[in-house]
Design a protein around this ligand. Sequence first.
Ligand SMILES: *Cc1c(COP(=O)(O)O)cnc(C)c1O
Length: 402
Amino acid sequence: MKRNTGQDRNVTQNWKPATQAIRGGTMRSEFGETSEALFLTSGYAYDCAGDAAARFAGEQVGMTYSRLQNPTVQMLEERIALLEGAEACRTMASGMAAMTAALLCQLEAGDHLVAGRAAFGSCRWLTDTLLPKFGINATIIDARDPQQFEDAVRPNTKVFFFETPANPTMDVVDLEAVCAIAKKHGIVTVVDNAFATPVLQRPLDFGADVVAYSATKMMDGQGRVLAGAVTGSAAFINDVLLPFTRNTGPTLSPFNAWVVLKGLETLDLRIMRQSENALKVARFLEGRVPRVNFPGLPSHSQHNLAMRQMKAAGPIFSLEVDGGRKQAHALLDALQLIDISNNIGDSRSLMTHPSSTTHSGVAEEKRIEMGVNEGMLRLNVGLEDPDDLIADLDQALRAAGL
Ligand SMILES: *Cc1c(COP(=O)(O)O)cnc(C)c1O
């Protein structure tokens, strides 16, 4: 076999993350290409009918159909698994496909889960609307307090589901404490790690069982494609998740997988620089608006916890103005450099008003309960020069009367 046609996990898992991000999972074809090949194929041909039968029987290694396997997708899955320190990974067509699969594959009628109240709007739709239709009920808690997880546990509780930091309130969950509670009760912890990525935070190291991603965000990092991923033990991925995804088909396109593979090569560089830029911008805003919710700031009530479990605070935070939706929209409308956009993780700075965009589908009383008020804005700080971003915010704040 040629060098790098296939990799030995015993070797690659000892590489440092920066090496894994560039080389992890690489499989070279007979042409010896240096950049990963893009295999746009839905099917595979066999040398003989017996080979086809053997592959379907699982007796021969090889691919059968791109809903099940694809070389480009497989390279990405191995790379994400290595970065996460997970035994296995399966990618999905989007972050929401990943969250839905990670929950539905292991829950059934009569089961109960405990979920953090501060969450991405569609994640709240899963716990509040979709799962109850199938007889799976959730208790929604303030995930900043580990005791609330303990108090919500019932005999039929199967899953803890939360994000940290959470979108867009930036609530931080104590991973070690919450995972310990889950372990004690035999509960599976599913962490949505979209805001941190494995560069900043590896929930498995704190005892989590399953880590799920919107790879649309920091992993692509340049606002190009939708993608998702679920990582965990080989037993969970192969025996619990795979039967669900192979048959329901939330499969990632090889093209999108290839784009994310390229994105991962610069993930560490981008997220560290964007975290630095975000801190500069947040420090500026701290003196100008009533509230900045950013765990990277020493003034944040969960700063010490965040810095204990994260390498840096990431590129995203929220801020609050007192003048409600009117003033928040006025600030957005005055921006000249930063785009009004609800995406995050992009190398461009983007700002949105969650209560009228990402969280507009969440009922008003639930928005208020989770801390998403009408004066809240969420900012994704990109790779532009932070001085230009501060100048843009400065003039927009003045235009909005701040
Ligand atoms: C964006 C996001 C999702 C959904 O991901 P998509 O790729 O848009 O489907 C889920 N959770 C969090 C925390 C997100 O930011």
